[in-house]
Design a protein around this ligand. Structure first.
Ligand code: ADP
Length: 290
């Protein structure tokens, strides 16, 4: 954020489209899958633009070390980690200050919805692994972690969905790409609880006017509603697959009905060029008699 933009680099063109063809209020592609890991109590794999994220949940289970236990509720502990191979310059393995900060804000966001009082002295451990990073990994991580918590059957007040807005070439835009994150002016990640619209995470790097804050909130809230549908569909699909597998066990040969994965696909921005009418092929005599 705030890096010096190389001369001649255009982030938003005259038609108001961004370098990757998106409109200002358009998300990157998102794909969510629940229940991808056998060993974890709950899990999620999420692709969001160039981000690839795995989230795994273990617990509720007895909290260790014991001095970490809270006699009134479970501790929701999040560890956000960027794999050494997730970015083009290898990152140093282990928690740095950035990943500690993201772990803390993610855990605060998720702790708000988990009914932690049901599990005193327990821990609910959430691991967010960034396998490939483009930009917006904290939002992708929190969104995946919320699906993994639901997949683990952890009771929650609502689903958490996170998405960022920002400012690029003076314009408020949704869901910044890497270039926009590097050379834009503002990054504004938010996380909402879907049913109450409460904000459980809000950060701002760079400047916004009050009107721009309102625009960014409106944009992210609409996008969060869209992403929430994908989170829900991923969970539903997992249970449909389980039900389908059960049916197959009981009734060999019966095909489980699995809904196709919904995704957010960018709308094509460029009109296809008119193609000349195809010339009809001359009919060749094959020499084969019928
Ligand atoms: P977020 O991923 O939530 O947007 P940042 O704004 O801190 O978080 O990072 C923006 C992007 O910068 C990341 O998504 C990643 O692609 C890249 N990045 C972050 N940390 C590193 C690092 N240590 N080495 C290389 N690239 C990094």
């Amino acid at each position: 954020m705030g890096g010096k933009k190389p001369e001649g680099m255009v982030l938003i063109n005259e038609q108001g489209l961004r370098a990757d063809g998106r409109r200002a209020d358009q998300l990157r592609n998102i794909k969510i899958e629940a229940g991808v890991l056998k060993q974890a109590d709950g899990s999620c794999y999420l692709e969001w633009g160039g981000n690839k994220v795995l989230a795994a949940v273990y617990g509720p289970r007895e909290c260790h070390p014991r001095h970490d236990q809270d006699p009134t509720k479970a501790r929701v502990r999040v560890r956000y980690n960027m794999a050494a191979f997730s970015v083009s310059d290898r990152t140093r393995p282990g928690p740095d200050r950035r990943s500690q900060e993201i772990s803390k804000i993610s855990s605060e966001a998720l702790d708000h919805v988990v009914l932690a009082h049901l599990y005193p002295k327990n821990a609910i451990d959430v691991f967010i692994e960034i396998i490939e990073a483009e930009a917006g990994t904290r939002c992708a991580g929190v969104t995946a972690a919320a699906v993994a918590l639901a997949d683990a059957g952890i009771p929650m007040r609502g689903m958490v969905t996170s998405v960022a807005a920002g400012k690029v070439d003076g314009k408020v835009c949704l869901d910044l790409s890497r270039e926009e994150d590097n050379f834009g002016e503002t990054d504004f990640p938010v996380a909402y609880v879907n049913n109450t619209k409460e904000i459980v995470l809000l950060q701002q790097d760079g400047h916004f006017s009050p009107d721009e804050v309102s625009e960014a909130l409106e944009m992210t809230q609409r996008a969060a509603d869209e992403i929430y549908e994908l989170q829900k569909a991923a969970l539903l699909r997992k249970y449909q697959q389980m039900a389908g597998a059960e049916d197959v066990e009981g009734d060999a040969g019966h095909e489980p009905q699995i809904e196709p994965e919904p995704q957010i696909e960018p709308e094509p921005q460029i009109e296809p060029e008119p193609q000349p009418e195809p010339q009809s092929e001359p009919v060749h005599d094959t020499g084969v008699e019928n």
